[in-house]
Design a protein around this ligand. Structure first.
Ligand code: ISE
Length: 340
């Protein structure tokens, strides 16, 4: 049966998911959309023959909606997730699950009360073929025991009109790195501390944002993770990752495979946006999510994964404010989230 999806948030990410559902993902259709920007939401609704529903809670409750995608402003995620879970509906929530760890805990509590996994978090990098390949190499033991991870997360410039704050470097962008690093090195290991270091800021980022930022994490097994987030790198969307082991190293390939040599130079394109870099990952992610909803067996990134990333982001914030290395103390993983 065709899955009827309601989408909350018709900005860049919401529109991207809607386009993918319409054009390349069979088995689902968008039947309702909601956004605080009514004009855009109505345009999007008419482009996919969906209903525009002003109140997102009404969309969640609608008989015309079997499952919900949340792609709205980060601080609104928690309320919508909890409402969808209370309504017994499957929900796919863009990252971050919540902008606070406490919010993630409340979502986990709601899901446990429902006694059924209903929620998946949009950590789409787990569906990217390059990250999947990197993980395979590490898990096969080819580089030995992972010791160090170096990763860079660079944006050409922030997308959309929302103002980026220094905390969003961790809550909105680095959450991807916190999650994908666990996926690469094995999630039986856990983060135990975080330190945020602010170098001199770019001239282009404005006064309220520290940019770039460096983050150093330590895991219980002693792996060191060194991350850079840079919103205004101004040359493209550039995601890099190298894992150093005791037998060798493995890294993501260059994002484009066509290398041009001409006029005395060698070059390859660096795409400008994450929608382009991770296009295939977004499609695979939604395709697998839709299939898992239809089979009533959600297996993608869970609320527990969302909680861990949010907890690390919170430690980064504390570190920025205090200048100290901040310990990360996770709550005990509820049994509900074991082995999922
Ligand atoms: C954005 O929200 C995303 O999710 C992208 O994947 C990320 O790379 C970017 O930095 C975020 O702002």
């Amino acid at each position: 049966m065709t899955l009827r999806i309601g989408v909350i948030g018709t900005g860049g990410m919401g529109q991207h998911h809607i386009k993918n559902i319409q054009s390349v993902i069979p088995g689902a259709e968008v039947t309702a959309v909601s956004d605080t920007n009514e004009e855009v939401a109505r345009q999007v609704a008419s482009s996919c023959a969906a209903q525009y529903i002003a109140d997102p809670y009404e969309l969640i409750a609608s008989d015309n909606v079997d499952a919900v995608i949340i792609a709205s402003w980060d601080p609104t995620h928690e309320g919508f997730c909890i409402a969808a879970i209370h309504a017994g509906k499957y929900v796919f929530c863009e990252k971050p699950l919540s902008d606070t760890p406490e919010g993630c805990i409340r979502i986990m509590e709601a899901e446990q009360k429902a006694e059924k996994r209903l929620l998946q978090v949009g950590f789409m990098r787990r569906y990217d073929k390059d990250y999947r390949e990197l993980r395979k190499v590490i898990q096969a033991g080819r580089i030995g025991i992972p010791l160090v991870v170096h990763a860079q997360h660079r944006n050409l410039a922030p997308a959309g009109s929302a103002k980026i704050t220094s905390d969003m470097s961790a809550t909105n962008a680095l959450v991807h790195e916190f999650d994908i690093t666990r996926y690469l090195i094995g999630d039986e290991d856990t983060y135990i501390s975080a330190q945020l270091v602010a170098p001199r800021s770019s001239r282009f980022c404005g006064e309220d944002l520290i940019d770039p930022q460096l983050v150093y994490l330590e895991t219980r097994n002693g792996v060191r993770v060194e991350l850079e987030i840079y919103w205004y790198c101004r040359y493209g969307y550039d995601i890099r990752c190298e894992v150093v082991g005791d037998l060798g190293t493995a890294s993501l390939p260059s994002p484009s495979h066509t290398v041009v040599r001409c006029e005395g130079q060698q070059a390859f394109q660096i795409v400008p946006t994450w929608q382009e870099r991770f296009h295939d990952a977004y499609v695979t992610e939604l395709r697998e999510w839709i299939a898992s909803v239809q089979e009533e067996n959600i297996i993608g990134p869970s609320a527990w994964d969302g909680y861990i990333s949010s907890k690390v982001a919170e430690a980064c914030r504390q570190s920025r404010l205090t200048g100290k290395i901040v310990p990360i103390e996770l709550i005990e993983c509820p049994e509900f989230y074991h082995n999922i």
